[in-house]
Design a protein around this ligand. Structure first.
Ligand SMILES: NC(=O)c1ccc[n+]([C@@H]2O[C@H](COP(=O)([O-])OP(=O)(O)OC[C@H]3O[C@@H](n4cnc5c(N)ncnc54)[C@H](OP(=O)(O)O)[C@@H]3O)[C@@H](O)[C@H]2O)c1
Length: 185
């Protein structure tokens, strides 16, 4: 296994695993149903061992303001600590376009808190922001934004992809992590 997908059993996670597998990566899902809980930490150290990249596409079971904030901050803190200890090389997380412009939503405040933890961690990362849902943007396209630790001083990179290519963006971030690993050898 070289890519661990936290939340790989979910809507986005299952597609990310399918895409990574199609491209020849060995991608494995970790989530409570496979005995890995990124909030309690159960099973986490064993799950991340051997991974070069961790893709976090987990989601909070509750969207209550306090619970969702607790989920994303605790889970992200636990993941980054476990990844650091295991020598993981790249952390990828999926967030939401415009998260920092809609702060009346407790869910989006929690996603911004998740982004800030990652950006402040000093750990190599890629944060992918996507619009939510299947066709909630005109002409069926999803807006995507990418920020990585490779170019922190730059603003978000922006692009649009057709809906059926939406989930491929995490795959691209994984490839960026692999390239980084090769350069640092
Ligand atoms: N869906 C979208 O359109 C969209 C757009 C932009 C961003 N995002 C972001 O993408 C992420 C995934 O969204 P989704 O719609 O795919 O969610 P989802 O279908 O609800 O899947 C949630 C995943 O999180 C896992 N999970 C729940 N609690 C966990 C825990 N304590 N530890 C580890 N894993 C846990 C679940 O595992 P079990 O199956 O084992 O319970 C499941 O695999 C979210 O962070 C969301 O903000 C989604």
């Amino acid at each position: 296994m070289n890519v661990l997908v936290i939340g790989g059993s979910g809507l986005i996670g299952s597609r990310v695993i399918a895409n990574l597998t199609e491209l020849g990566h060995e991608a494995v899902s970790a989530s409570p149903r496979s005995g890995v809980d990124s909030v309690s930490g159960e099973g986490l150290a064993k799950a991340v061992a051997g991974a070069h990249t961790v893709v976090d596409v987990s989601n909070s079971p509750s969207f209550d303001d306090e619970r969702v904030l607790h989920f994303f901050t605790t889970s992200t803190g636990n993941l980054l600590a476990a990844e650091r200890a295991a020598g993981v090389r790249h952390h990828v997380a999926l967030s939401i376009v415009g998260a920092d412009r809609t702060l009346e939503s407790g869910y989006l405040r929690a996603k911004v808190a998740q982004e800030k933890l990652i950006e402040g961690s000093g750990f190599p990362y890629s944060i992918v922001r996507a619009t939510q849902g299947r066709t909630n943007s005109r002409r069926g396209t999803h807006r995507l934004q990418l920020r990585t630790s490779e170019c922190e001083s730059r603003p978000w990179l922006r692009q649009s992809l057709t809906a059926n290519r939406f989930q491929r963006v995490a795959t691209g971030a994984v490839r960026a992590g692999r390239a980084r690993r090769r350069r640092s050898r």
